[in-house]
Design a protein around this ligand. Structure first.
Ligand code: F6P
Length: 359
């Protein structure tokens, strides 16, 4: 009988409970024992490690759709890779995690994380040398290389779409625009997808240069005197500081365009998991369990061309754009961004949405 563990790390998102529940179900059917590590690596850095047995009753099927992680994602201020690196105790921290995993005698660990956690797992892979490490990509940012899909993204797009749908009605009543600031870090996928879904007037993302005068002209010439301008949190405006939505709002006001700002913030990470994310969670859970059966290790589940397969963590780490993490000097985080030939950019442009200076 195999003994496997699940750990959720990084920021939460919808779909985590679905993936946990599906892993427990699939593993139980295989006759395996499943454990949950609480609070990500926090749970492995305590003595004794903070772990719980996961049997089928722990997440009832009707609760699997709920956002957040039943296993939690980590305490603010707890010792983790970043804080340990800051205080110079990263070596000891890594050793502690490895010892905990050894003492728990897991055959495999399923790590559900974002690009930071996955990059760290590969960079510090010795920690997982005694077991099989299978990663599942989750993030609302859709910034993980080597996979077209990540758990949580679809629900985030839906949440943002619903938020903007409501604003659109009050915007119309008052003949004004809303500048909505989206999450996504340095990746514009969330803003781009939700913007196309709602029929935004403009979408500003970090990957594409924009011109404020062109934006103003576009909004002034729009067929309506109301609507939504989506601004990704990762954009910058030379010579200006503050929240990106505020910067853009001020420019619009200066040009006589009546507007307000709105910040959906962490509601993008919450909300009932969409059917699409639940199906993705089930597919990735199944793929991860099959990978354990096939004795794979250091792999990530991935969807490419609609097929769910594992890809190697080495390939994931080498792909995408590597950015140095200022908090963990020996780490490069591997990120994916909206590529200039993303078909959705062309669609947005053809639908009259200002997306910046693409030509
Ligand atoms: O990476 C997910 C994400 O939600 C980003 O889109 C956002 O910038 C960040 O996490 C917010 O982090 P926190 O929960 O620490 O405010």
């Amino acid at each position: 009988m195999k003994k496997i563990a699940i750990m959720t790390t990084g920021g939460d998102c919808s779909g985590l409970n679905t993936v946990i529940q599906r892993i427990v179900r699939g593993a139980t059917l295989r006759g395996w024992q499943v454990w949950g590590i609480l609070d990500g690596t926090d749970g492995l850095s305590t003595t004794p490690p903070s772990v719980i047995r996961l049997d089928e009753g722990v997440i009832p099927i009707e609760n699997a759709r709920l956002a957040g992680s039943f296993l939690h994602n980590g305490h603010a201020g707890a010792l983790n890779f970043e804080t340990a690196a800051e205080e110079g105790s990263l070596k000891d921290f890594n050793k502690k995690i490895q010892q905990s995993l050894r003492s728990l005698k897991f055959d495999a660990l399923i790590l559900v994380g974002g690009n930071g956690s996955l990059s760290l797992a590969w960079a510090h892979r010795d920690i997982y040398a005694d077991l099989q490490l299978i990663c599942i990509p989750k993030t609302i940012d859709l910034d993980i290389p080597m996979t077209d899909r990540t758990i949580g993204f679809n629900t985030a797009v839906q949440q943002l779409t619903s938020f903007c749908d409501q604003l659109m009605l009050t915007a119309r009543s008052h003949h004004r625009w809303f500048v909505v600031q989206t999450m996504g870090r340095d990746c514009g996928q969330l803003a781009l997808n939700a913007g196309v879904a709602i029929g935004a007037g403009a979408i500003l993302i970090p990957e594409i240069k924009f011109d404020v005068d062109a934006l103003v002209r576009h909004i002034q010439q729009a067929p309506t005197d109301y609507g939504i301008i989506l601004v990704s949190e990762g954009i910058s405006l030379r010579g200006h500081s503050g929240r990106p939505a505020d910067m853009i709002s001020r420019k619009l006001t200066a040009a006589g365009i009546v507007n307000r700002t709105a910040f959906p913030e962490h509601t993008q990470r919450s909300g009932d998991t969409t059917a699409d994310d639940r199906i993705l969670s089930a597919r990735m859970a199944d793929c991860a369990l099959n990978a354990i059966e096939n004795n794979e290790t250091y792999v990530m589940t991935a969807i490419n061309d609609c097929v769910c397969k594992t890809v190697s963590l080495a390939d994931f780490y080498a792909a995408g754009d590597a950015a140095h993490d200022p908090n963990i000097p020996d780490l490069c985080t591997s990120s994916a961004y909206v590529s200039p030939d993303d078909p959705l950019l062309g669609v947005a442009h053809d639908m009259g949405i200002y997306i910046g200076e693409t030509k």
